[in-house]
Design a protein around this ligand. Structure first.
Ligand code: KG4
Ligand code: ZN
Length: 355
């Protein structure tokens, strides 16, 4: 059993947690969302500054709440890739400093490995390899997981990530940032069947379509056209823009695309369990549809607990406990990287820092 202090500052949430294997002893998140909302998206410079201000207090808070002092943990972990470089540096430098000061091993964690590990904070998983649909603000991927560090990407988005599409469409509808929760709230009162929208597909050079890849840019453009046409109607007749119906129709199509392709992939690949993680996994319609379709298709399913879908440090702690259990740790001079494919997460544990 290892106890880890985990830090996360890759985007616009500052977070700290104390985790013992798959048990969260304490977890705290300071969101900067309101500050970035003014600009309609994350401003990297503001994000870094706010992380610097927030992180020390969060560490004190989780240590006090868990009753575990930094001196008593077995390792210190921080997200080191991918993300905004200036933002990543805050957790990385803080984590490495604390590790050095207290003579503890340091573990750099891949942010997506953290999201994958978030499902371990819920119901235990059935044995065997499983398929994960990871849908966040930066990524939409289908990943076969055979164990910690053993990942095979089977599908991906060729343009926007699902969460990014939620954010852009919310802005288009004047619903604010972040878009996911705003669209979900607006969609509650809407008719999800009112507008038919395209389920973007990726053509294969030899003909036909990629069965598991995604594209959300066509859907975004279709929404833009629909909104512009309805705004004209509003100008001509005074009929208000049907925001709720637009939000509900958009949300339905995204959920259908994600679930249909994920189930198809799991069935084709002979994977009996489908797992949903990432910020978009907080979406209620998506969670319900996944459950319905998995039941119908005879698949088992698991969804990350709601509190650990959007960025948090508890999921980073779980991933770190798994790496620690495998006898791994990172070089103390390991830096950060804006990009790093998940398949290369093992590079974070090489004796010589990968970057
Ligand atoms: O995982 P996350 O916190 O950060 C990244 O690693 O990107 O995901 C953030 C994304 C945002 O795009 C946000 O709009 C989306 O997750 N999101 C949602 C919901 N809550 C957050 N999307 C749909 N429905 C939600 N309820
Ligand atoms: Zn994330």
């Amino acid at each position: 059993m290892a106890t880890v202090l985990a830090l996360e500052t890759s985007c616009d949430e500052s977070a700290a947690a104390v985790v013992r294997d798959s048990t969260v002893l304490a977890s705290a998140v300071a969101s900067q969302v309101e500050e970035h909302a003014r600009w309609g998206g994350v401003v990297p410079e503001i994000a870094s500054r706010r992380h610097v201000e927030a992180l020390p207090q969060l560490i004190e808070q989780v240590c006090a709440a868990s009753g575990v002092a930094v001196a008593a943990v077995d390792a210190v972990a921080a997200t080191v890739a991918p993300g905004l470089v200036g933002a990543l540096l805050v957790a990385s430098v803080t984590g490495r400093t604390l590790a050095r000061l207290h003579g503890k091993p340091f573990l750099g964690i891949h942010h997506l490995e953290g999201h994958l590990a978030s499902v371990q904070l819920g119901e235990p998983l059935p044995p065997g390899p499983y398929l994960v649909l990871l849908a966040s603000g930066g990524h939409t991927e289908l990943v076969r997981v055979d164990g910690p560090g053993r990942y095979l990407r089977l599908g991906r988005s060729h343009d926007d990530a699902a969460g990014e599409a939620f954010d852009k469409v919310a802005r288009l509808l004047g619903l604010g940032y972040p878009g996911g929760p705003a669209i979900q709230a607006a969609a509650g009162a809407g008719d999800p069947q009112r507008f038919s929208l395209p389920k973007g597909r990726i053509s294969l050079p030899e003909g036909g379509f990629h069965p598991y890849d995604f594209s959300f840019s066509g859907l975004k453009t279709a929404m833009l056209r629909q909104v512009r046409a309805l705004e004209q109607v509003e100008a001509d007749t005074g009929a208000a823009l049907p925001r709720a119906d637009l939000a509900a129709s958009f949300e339905r199509v995204v959920a259908e695309v994600l679930v249909e392709r994920s189930c198809r992939c799991a069935l084709d690949q002979g994977l009996g369990t489908l797992v949903l993680v990432g910020g978009v996994a907080a979406n209620q319609r998506l969670r319900q549809l996944l459950e319905q379709r998995c039941r119908r298709d005879g698949l088992q399913w698991r969804v990350a607990p709601l509190a650990y879908c959007t960025d948090n440090a508890a999921m980073i702690g779980v991933a770190a406990c798994q790496r620690q259990a495998a006898g791994q740790s990172s070089a103390i001079d390991l830096g950060v990287a804006a990009r790093l494919p998940l398949a290369q997460a093992d590079r974070l544990y090489e004796t010589q820092a990968a970057f």
